[in-house]
Write a protein that binds this ligand. Structure first.
Ligand SMILES: O=C(O)c1ccccc1NCC(=O)[C@H](O)[C@H](O)COP(=O)(O)O
Length: 259
């Protein structure tokens, strides 16, 4: 089994258990929806989606002293357009509760970054205060992708639809994705290369904003992606491990100025 298959097998068990336990959102009221897709388009340059990522299957623990609320405030101070919250517990050491907690301390739109295979996870994302969900083409067949897109939109959530290659890109565009993410991480060997985004860029219609995900750490990476017309970058490791995360976001934004 590759890592995605392992994660998805676990998700099936997790969803079944959570469904049995019922939806348990926070008691307090969640503030109104914050448009995620529109926030990425608000900037004249490349927008930064800053990720709260404690650990990963490829690198293990990235931030031993992980303080998501403090990090979220720093991302906001550096000018991030949105925040990606990794909610998977087993492989990334995230928690769904972090969505609601972050929502209390920053006013940016929040993406639930997880491995969604079921309508229930969309409902959870909404209940815990996400403004958008990630849908990964590699783990969804065409029918389920279409259903989850429709279900999320009905709930008022934006969808970032992730692809790794040309075939997946074609499929998600046919399914009606209006925000596409190209993941630069090869899930077989975990290598990352922004060449994946640069290769697929030409095939993404101009009206569909493109997010480049994974393996982006330097202003030079962002400058290359800006020149190719990328709308936003999604950055995890490069920010959670930075000595000054606000400054790190600022530096990436600076390199992406004037798209
Ligand atoms: O990060 C991993 O090791 C990983 C492994 C298997 C599936 C997904 C994985 N990451 C999820 C992500 O997409 C990244 O967290 C996100 O794009 C940020 O990447 P990075 O800036 O390289 O931390």
């Amino acid at each position: 089994m590759n890592i995605l298959e392992t994660i998805v097998a676990h998700k099936r068990e997790e969803v079944a258990a959570r469904r049995r336990a019922g939806l348990r959102p926070p008691e307090r009221e969640i503030a109104p929806h914050r448009p995620f897709r529109a926030a990425l388009l608000d900037e004249p340059g490349v927008s930064v989606i800053a990720e709260l990522k404690k650990a990963s299957p490829s690198k293990g623990v990235l931030a031993a002293d992980f303080r998501p609320l403090d990090l979220a405030r720093r991302y906001r101070a550096g000018g991030a357009a949105a925040i990606s919250v990794l909610t998977d517990e087993r492989f990334f050491q995230g928690r769904i509760e972090t969505l609601a907690a972050v929502r209390e301390v920053v006013d940016l739109p929040l993406l639930r970054k997880d491995f969604l295979i079921d309508h229930f996870q969309v409902d959870e994302a909404f209940a815990w205060g996400a403004d958008a969900v990630l849908l990964i083409a590699a783990i969804l067949d065409r029918v389920l992708l279409g259903e989850l897109l429709a279900h999320a939109r009905e709930a008022g959530l934006d969808c970032l639809v992730e692809v790794h290659d040309e075939r997946e890109l074609e499929e998600v565009l046919a399914a009606g994705a209006d925000l596409v993410g190209v993941n630069n991480r090869n899930l077989r060997d975990f290598t990352v290369s922004i060449e994946t985004t640069l290769r697929l860029r030409e095939r993404v219609p101009g009206e569909v904003p493109l997010v480049s995900e994974s393996g982006i750490s330097t202003p030079e990476d962002v400058a290359r992606l800006r020149a190719a017309g990328v709308t936003a970058v999604l950055v995890g490791e490069g920010l959670v491990t930075a000595p000054d995360p606000a400054e790190a976001v600022r530096a990436l934004r600076g390199a992406g100025a004037g798209r």
